[in-house]
Design a protein around this ligand. Structure first.
Ligand code: SF4
Length: 329
C-alpha cells in the first residue's frame, strides 16, 4: 500500500474536505419555531461551522406550516403514533409531513451527518414525548416524524441530537463517525478501487481497536481477498458493519490498549525517560487526571521524530481537525 513520508500527513488529511451536515434550522438561529423563536446552538454555529458545512432543514416550515403556528405533538392513536395539533388532536398532520419528507429526503443523500433538535415531534431522535391518553399522559418513546424517515432512508448517515452534543463522549463519537463516513465516500472510483477499500480499512485499524478487540479482525475478514468482481458486495456489507461498530463508545481501558500498541512501534527508539514520560501520561489518563489528547499529542511528537509509516497514517491519531477539541475532556 502506498504510504506517504510526509511527517504531517495525518495532521492535514481531515481538512482536505469538509463534511456536510444537515441541521434542524432553528439550531442555526433561524426563527422558524412555532412561536417565531429559535434555539441557536453556539457549539454548532461557533465551533462546528469552522470545519463543517451545513444544510438547514425545517420540516415543519418546509411541509407548509406557518410561523407562528399551533403547537404540534406526537399522539398515540390506536396502534399508531400520529403527528397532530396539540389543541386539535383531530387535525392530523402525519400524511402532510410524510409526503414532504419523502420528497425532501431525495435531496439529502449527499449528507455526511445530521444534527436534529431534541424533543421535537418532527426532528427529535431520542425519547420524544408521545401523548398516550386523553388525560395528556406521556411516555418518552417517540421519534420525530421527519427524523424517523431520515434514519429509515439513510441508516448509514450518523445522526445526533443537539442536546447530546454537550456530552463529550457522545460528541466525539458523532464527529468521528461523520469524518469517517466522509472519508469512505471520498474513496476515488470506489466501485473499482480495491486498493482504496483496503487502505480505508487499514488506516482505521486503531479507531476500530478502540471499539473492542476482535472488531478489526472481523472487519478485516470482510476485506481479505477482495477482488473487483465482488467489491460492490463487500463494500456494502463492510460499511454497514463499520458504521455500526463506530457507533459504540469506547472507554479508557481500550484507549490505553491502543496507546500501548502505538508505543510498541517506538520502544526501540525512545529513551528510558521518554518511555517513562509516556507511560506516566497513560496512567494519568487512566486515573482521569489527564485527557486522552495529552498522551496522543506526546505520541504524535515522537512519531514526527521517528516516523512509523503504518502508524503515522492511522486516523486514530487525528480523526477530526484538532480545533474541534475532541479527547480534551
Ligand atoms: S425542531 Fe425542526 S421542525 Fe421544529 S422549528 Fe426546529 S427545525 Fe423546524
Amino acid at each position: 500500500m502506498a504510504v506517504t513520508d510526509d511527517e504531517d500527513f495525518y495532521m492535514k488529511k481531515p481538512d482536505e474536505s469538509r463534511p456536510r451536515l444537515g441541521i434542524s434550522a432553528c439550531l442555526l438561529g433561524q426563527r422558524v419555531r412555532f412561536d417565531g423563536g429559535h434555539k441557536n446552538n453556539r457549539f454548532i454555529t461557533d465551533t462546528l461551522a469552522e470545519h463543517l458545512d451545513f444544510e438547514t432543514v425545517c420540516p415543519e416550515i418546509e411541509s407548509g406550516m406557518s410561523v407562528p403556528r399551533p403547537t404540534i405533538q406526537l399522539r398515540q392513536v390506536g396502534d399508531e403514533v400520529r403527528l397532530v395539533e396539540s389543541k386539535r388532536p383531530g387535525h392530523d398532520l402525519t400524511q402532510q409531513m410524510t409526503d414532504y419528507a419523502q420528497a425532501r429526503l431525495d435531496r439529502l443523500s449527499h449528507l455526511d451527518g445530521f444534527i436534529f433538535k431534541k424533543d421535537s415531534p418532527s426532528c427529535g431522535v431520542f425519547r420524544v414525548p408521545v401523548v398516550i391518553n386523553e388525560h395528556g399522559y406521556r411516555n418518552r418513546e417517540g421519534t420525530g416524524v421527519f427524523a424517523r424517515a431520515f434514519m429509515d432512508r439513510y441508516p448509514l448517515i450518523p445522526v445526533e441530537e443537539e442536546g447530546r452534543l454537550n456530552d463529550a463522549a457522545l460528541r466525539e463519537n458523532f464527529l468521528e463517525r461523520v469524518f469517517a463516513y466522509r472519508r469512505w465516500k471520498e474513496i476515488p472510483a470506489a466501485e473499482r478501487n480495491v486498493q482504496g477499500f483496503i487502505e480505508f480499512h487499514t488506516r482505521h485499524k486503531l479507531m476500530l481497536m478502540a471499539r473492542g478487540s476482535g472488531v478489526y479482525q472481523e472487519l478485516g475478514r470482510m476485506v481479505a481477498g477482495v477482488k473487483v468482481a465482488d467489491l460492490a458486495q463487500r463494500r456494502e456489507a463492510y460499511i454497514q458493519r463499520f458504521m455500526q461498530v463506530m457507533e459504540q463508545t469506547t472507554h479508557r481501558g481500550r484507549q490505553i490498549n491502543v496507546l500501548q500498541h502505538i508505543m510498541g512501534y517506538l520502544k526501540d527508539l525512545l529513551t528510558r525517560e521518554d518511555k517513562q514520560e509516556l507511560l506516566g501520561t497513560f496512567e494519568a489518563y487512566r486515573h482521569c487526571e489527564l485527557p486522552l489528547i495529552t498522551p496522543i499529542t506526546l505520541l504524535r511528537h515522537h512519531l514526527r521524530i521517528h516516523p512509523q509509516p503504518y502508524i503515522n497514517q492511522q486516523y486514530y491519531l487525528q480523526p477530526c481537525p484538532d480545533k474541534l477539541a475532541l479527547r480534551s475532556v
